[in-house]
Design a protein around this ligand. Structure first.
Ligand code: NAP
Ligand code: F7E
Length: 336
């Protein structure tokens, strides 16, 4: 039975990947950091379900640790001795990274090296996945970004992810580690944190319909992103580590839409005009914006046999449906 170790297991991707690995029969070990607030909502069902091995022993484990605490990482990896390590933990908010650049660098950039070094200490047979990001491409003149596109990070978050991206490649080449980067474009779901724009919008629509919110404050509506469905993207993450050779892959849909398009699509599904509710708050603009990102996932299609199925419209719909349900509402009651 394979063992996997995940940082960021209680985040959006961590929770979906943990489900996938448990379905595939893995023993799953996740790291969470000590928080003063409850932070295991997305994995509560896994903790309670208590997956079992054939011999009746547990298959799902949660451990305290932190990407800024190298000793905890080494200790955990030594004790667990995983076959695969997925580094999903991050201060993942681009705008917040401008406010806390040092912390972001510590977690996102140095945290990756702490894991890579722990792997080197313990046993270089461990396979390593690094959660890289389309943000490393920054502002580009190319309409599509792929594995050959030069990096031009435009935020402290992106810069930290670019550092991790290169360190993953450097450790692969220098020490023959099985280390892969997944360069994932934006991916969303009902488990997306509410501070990201898609979920902020679908959550607000549900509250507006419930009479609990009048105004939705947003920043730049013109930015375009390539939005996919997180549940499908974690399958690509797993596939990357099942190949014979380590490599780096762009994971994307190949279509991009603006924040304005997302507003059009989501509000119109419930028969509302977003212009009556949305107000621009300049404080939500970024000091340095990336205007457009769109991925070319040809390599993942050819080598991983992976392609996205969920369309932009389906994604908006499934997120809205879920947020309406959380408010005790039903999307069908509002559709024309
Ligand atoms: P997410 O929901 O923000 O999850 C990030 C996770 O990292 C959370 O579980 C968080 O725990 C944990 N974390 C934060 N600081 C940590 C620390 N110091 N030590 C250990 N864990 C820490 O992000 P996601 O959307 O699932 O994304 C997963 C990964 O992919 C991230 O690395 C992200 O940067 C990257 N990525 C995401 C996207 C996307 O569109 N979703 C695209 C490209 C790349 P707390 O709950 O305690 O904060
Ligand atoms: O912003 C604009 C904002 O914060 C998308 C992370 O998962 O994907 C994510 O980063 C766009 C930006 O995601 C608001 O200016 C307008 O242009 O949802 P977001 P992101 O910055 O693209 C990448 C790939 C990652 O790696 C990251 O970890 O929407 N926007 N108004 C807004 N954004 C937010 N958050 N809030 C607004 O009110």
């Amino acid at each position: 039975m394979k063992k996997a170790f995940l940082s960021g297991i209680n985040g959006q991707d961590g929770s979906y990947l943990a489900e996938l690995l448990l379905e595939k029969g893995y023993e799953v070990h996740g790291m969470i950091r000590k928080s003063s607030v409850f932070n295991t909502q997305r994995i509560e069902h896994l903790i309670n379900y208590d997956y079992k091995k054939n011999d009746g022993a547990k298959r799902f484990f949660i451990h305290y640790g932190d990407l800024i605490d190298g000793a905890s990482l080494t200790r955990l990896l030594r004790r667990i001795a995983p076959d695969e390590v997925y580094n999903l933990g991050a201060q993942s908010h681009v705008k917040v990274s401008f406010d806390i650049p040092l912390y972001t660098g510590d977690v996102v950039a140095l945290g990756t090296v702490r894991i890579l070094d722990a792997i080197m200490d313990i046993g270089s047979k461990i396979k390593f996945y690094q959660a890289s990001s389309s943000e490393i491409f920054g502002e580009q003149s190319f309409s599509y970004q792929n594995e050959q596109t030069p990096l031009a990070p435009a935020s402290p978050y992106a810069c930290a992810k670019a550092f991790s991206y290169w360190m993953t490649i450097i450790y692969r080449k220098s020490y023959n580690l099985f280390a892969c980067n997944g360069i994932l474009f934006n991916h969303e779901s009902p488990r997306r944190h509410e501070t990201f724009v898609t979920r902020k919008i679908t959550r607000a629509i549900a509250r507006i319909l419930k009479g609990e919110q009048d105004i939705l404050y947003l920043g730049n509506l013109d930015a375009k992103r390539d939005w996919g469905y997180a549940k499908e993207y974690v399958y690509a993450i797993w596939l990357a580590l099942q190949q014979d050779q380590p490599d780096d892959y762009v994971i994307a849909t190949g279509e991009n839409y603006s924040v304005r398009d997302f507003l059009d699509e989501s509000f119109s599904l419930v028969g509302l005009d977003w212009k009556k509710y949305v107000q621009i708050d300049p404080r939500l603009y970024r000091p340095n914006e990336v205007s457009s990102l769109c991925g070319d996932a040809k390599k993942a299609r050819e080598k991983l046999n992976w392609k996205p199925k969920c369309s932009f419209r389906q994604l908006v719909r499934l997120m809205l449906e879920s947020d309406l349900n959380l408010e005790g509402l039903n999307l069908k009651d509002f559709e024309n």
